[in-house]
Design a protein around this ligand. Structure first.
Ligand code: SF4
Length: 505
């Protein structure tokens, strides 16, 4: 007799007797060290002695807090209208990028590959690229195909410019069909470099020969930002200024489209015509600096445009700075409504101050996100202690260091560029903190060190919908404040003795 269907989650399912038995048998087969020995070594890995060995390692990275270049490239590309990201290289890489984004955004992420295999690795990937472009255009009917590369194509030295020209000559794509490209070798840089390279590739392609009359608009260069809410927030802010603008690029509708019952691969995105006309804008404001370096340089030097590179506008001071720049560039005052939002954020910060003041924080993430978070934490009176930035540069290290030294709350902090999450583990066990901030990958450390984790940055796989909220501007900072202070309060409740388990905090 069949009963109602019971869907078991992981926790329940793997506690069933058959799985327990399977685990026990596997363990017997592995002939592991004794539980005491495992515990002894575990304790040792939490000591200063182990920390020194851990920081002396050179030839091995364990859990880097970064992804590779083409992952960033396809995120930049997907924010343009009707655009299909195309990765020249192996299929497995693209499956990884798509699943990473699908897990973060909880949305399908269209991207294709030229499926290079062993023969292409030996003889070159020209035929794969030509066939791939022809098939992708015929099957998915995009308005533009943006090509980036994986390690494999880069190692054998495939030349995208020549290959795409070849594809046009063979009729695989029409001569005037847009196929911008960027070489994105993954053995240098990270996903933020890939975002930058692809953005520069797309803008330089679309704007070629389009320099003309000024259009009076402001370009906004988002940088590698995985918060759909941020794209909506920056559009809201610019709309309040009543100024015309172009977001480069705009993935808000692409990766957050309404459920209508039909799957549409291309929804929203920066119109290609607007992107081409970006060359005629009054100025460009970049909302991140480290993920937009080459694009900003290109716009300033090739387009002759005023380009303002700002730190990611998180917290009061950095949002003030963004709004002041927009006010200066547009000649319009900061709207009164935004001044009220600022006041409400300050009020909320004062309300939560008692719980955040002096809290020691360890953070890991991308340089632009970290700079924004650090600035906000210092405003809150929290004390950043360990700052791990796997894909940080010396310039980031210097900037973050200066920011931290400028505040009494940043005096203890140390910035670790090029280090990974296994280094962070040593830091947290030898110099303890109260709170962790970073991606879902920090949850293992949070559990082991018994610490609360504020999930921020990329990727966030294990909590839903956080990416729908902004983290920039006064509104976004308020969201961050809410998540942070409530993580602290949750922890207080969890550890409260009976006499202090209070209904009011
Ligand atoms: S690092 Fe190279 S091989 Fe690995 S996913 Fe990225 S492009 Fe592919």
């Amino acid at each position: 007799m069949s009963g109602p269907l019971k869907v078991q989650d992981h926790n329940e399912l793997f506690e069933a007797p058959e799985f327990r038995e399977q685990r026990a048998r596997k363990r017997e087969f592995e002939k592991p060290s004794s539980a005491e020995e495992v515990q002894r070594v575990l304790e040792w890995t939490r000591t200063w002695e182990y920390r020194e060995k851990n920081f002396a390692r050179e030839a091995l990275t364990i859990n880097p807090a970064k992804a590779c270049q083409p992952l960033g490239a396809i995120l930049a590309a997907i924010g343009f209208e009707g655009t299909l990201p195309f990765v020249h290289g192996s299929q497995g890489c693209v499956a990884y990028f798509r699943s990473h984004f699908a897990r973060h955004f909880k949305e399908p992420f269209p991207a294709v590959s030229s499926s290079m295999t062993e023969d292409a690795a030996v003889f070159g990937g020209l035929n794969n690229l030509i066939e791939g472009l022809e098939n992708a255009r015929a099957l998915y009917r995009p308005e533009m195909i943006a090509v980036s590369t994986t390690c494999m194509a880069e190692v054998i030295g495939d030349d995208l410019n020549a290959f795409i020209r070849n594809a046009r000559e063979k009729g695989a794509v029409p001569r005037d069909y847009p196929v911008p490209f960027a070489h994105t070798p993954s053995f240098v840089g990270s996903h933020i470099t890939g975002w930058d390279n692809m953005m520069k590739g797309i803008l330089s392609y679309l704007a070629e020969g389009r320099k003309g009359e000024p259009n009076g608009r402001i370009n906004l260069l988002t940088g590698f930002d995985t918060y759909v809410g941020d794209y909506r927030e920056i559009k809201r802010l610019l709309t309040l200024f009543e100024t015309d603008f172009t977001l480069l690029s705009d993935l808000s509708d692409v990766l957050d489209s309404p459920a209508t019952g039909d799957y549409r691969p291309y929804v929203g995105g920066t119109p290609l015509e607007a992107a081409a006309d970006a060359v005629n804008a009054r100025a460009t404001v970049a909302l991140q600096r480290f993920s937009t370096t080459k694009t900003r340089q290109f716009m300033a030097e090739e387009w002759g445009q005023e380009v303002v590179g700002l730190p990611m506008p998180i917290g009061v001071r950095l949002t003030d700075r963004l709004l002041q720049e927009i006010s200066r560039l547009t000649g319009r005052p900061v709207p009164a409504g935004l001044e009220a939002e600022r006041g409400r954020l300050l009020d909320a910060m004062a309300d939560s101050h008692a719980y955040l003041h002096g809290k020691r924080v360890a953070l890991a993430g991308d340089p632009d996100v970290l700079l924004g978070l650090l600035s906000f934490l210092l405003e809150l009176g929290a004390e950043p202690v360990h700052v791990v930035c796997t894909n940080g540069s010396e310039e980031f290290e210097r900037e973050a260091g200066e920011l931290l030294r400028s505040s009494p709350y940043g005096q203890e902090a140390k910035v670790w560029v090029g280090k990974d999450l296994w280094h962070l583990r040593s830091l947290v066990f030898t110099e303890p903190v109260d709170l962790l901030m970073g991606s879902s990958y920090l949850k293992y450390l949070a559990r082991e060190a018994d610490l609360p984790l504020v999930r921020v940055g990329f990727p966030i796989f294990d909590r839903h919908h956080l990416h729908r909220y902004p983290i920039i501007g006064y509104q976004g900072s308020l969201n961050l404040l809410v998540w942070t202070v409530n993580a602290v309060l949750e922890e207080m409740d969890r550890k409260a003795p009976a006499h202090s388990f209070d209904v009011i905090r």
